[in-house]
Each structure stands twice: as C-alpha cells, then as structure tokens.
Write a protein of this length. Structure first.
Length: 169
C-alpha cells in the first residue's frame, strides 16, 4: 500500500505557508486627477451645434463626430482624433475656443507655417482671438502677453512645444 502524495495546489489555490500572514495586494490610489470640464460642459449635442452655427456664423451643420468630440473635451475627457485634410478639424479647434469659456485657451500644434497662418486668418474672421507663435515672432513680448491673457486659440509648430519659452507660458 502506498502513502498518499500531497497534492500540489493549483495556482489559484496557492496559499502562503502557515504562520506567515499575507494580506491581499491593493492597487495604489491614483494621484493624478482628470481635467476639470468647463462651464459649457453641460451642453447637449443640439445646443453645441446651435451655438457653433451662431457663434462662428457657419453656413452648414457640423458633423456629429465634431460635436461629439467637442462635447467630450469640454467635459474634461482626454481625446484623440484623426482626420484627413479637409475633414473639418479646424471646426473642432475653433468650437473649443468659443465654447471653452473665459481663461481657457486651445493650443494647436501644426507642422506647416503656411497652414498656421491660414488657420489664424480664418479664425480671426470668425471673431476668435487667434495667434501664431513660431520662430519668426518668438522675440515679441506683446505676443507672449497676449498668449497668456486674451488668446483663445494658439497655433505653434512642433519644435515650439518643447521650447523653454513655451513651457514657461
């Protein structure tokens, strides 16, 4: 007659050796908090669409994806969206600028100077205080002051996003 062999515990049944207390692991509490939404965060999709049409003098109805994205960002959610040339990314930036509220600024990182200039001109025609900061005008003190105080929309090239001047802003 053979002696019974102890069964090897399965992984889910594994217990620490007797005499050694073991407490379950707990997840570390999150230290970072989510961005706070803006005062416009409670707008419905229809209200966002209506306000965009009125504030930006649009001659068309914004696409649902544009309205949905603007709503999510206004509520404080991080968002990533990809859209090809001509799909309406500018409306998202401009919509956030006009609906974001006071003391809020939208920063757009744009790789082409010509496109930045065109976007600033287009935004200004719609009544948005838009500025362009690039290596051609970084020495202008009034521009940095405007970026800190009154700008609603700031266009910058990618290399500017890493500059000391921009980080201080």
């Amino acid at each position: 007659m053979s002696t019974p062999q102890p069964q090897t515990p399965r992984k889910c049944d594994a217990r620490p050796p007797s005499g050694s207390p073991r407490t379950p692991r707990r997840r570390a509490r999150k230290t970072a908090t989510r961005l706070q939404g803006t005062s416009s965060a409670k707008l419905s999709y229809a209200e966002i669409s209506t306000q965009l049409i009125a504030l930006l003098a649009l001659t068309f109805i914004p696409e649902l994806w544009q309205i949905y994205l603007i709503s999510r960002i206004l509520r404080g959610f991080d968002s990533v969206f990809l859209a090809g040339t001509g799909y309406g990314k500018s409306l998202v930036f401009e919509g956030l600028a006009v609906l974001g509220g006071k003391n809020k600024v939208v920063i757009v990182i744009c790789p082409l100077k010509a496109l930045e200039r065109d976007q600033v001109i287009q935004a200004r025609k719609k009544g948005i205080n838009a500025i362009l900061i690039n290596e051609d005008n970084t020495k202008t003190a009034s521009l940095w002051k405007e970026a800190r105080t009154t700008a609603q929309l700031v266009y910058i090239p990618p290399e500017m996003a890493c500059s000391d001047s921009f980080v201080r802003l």
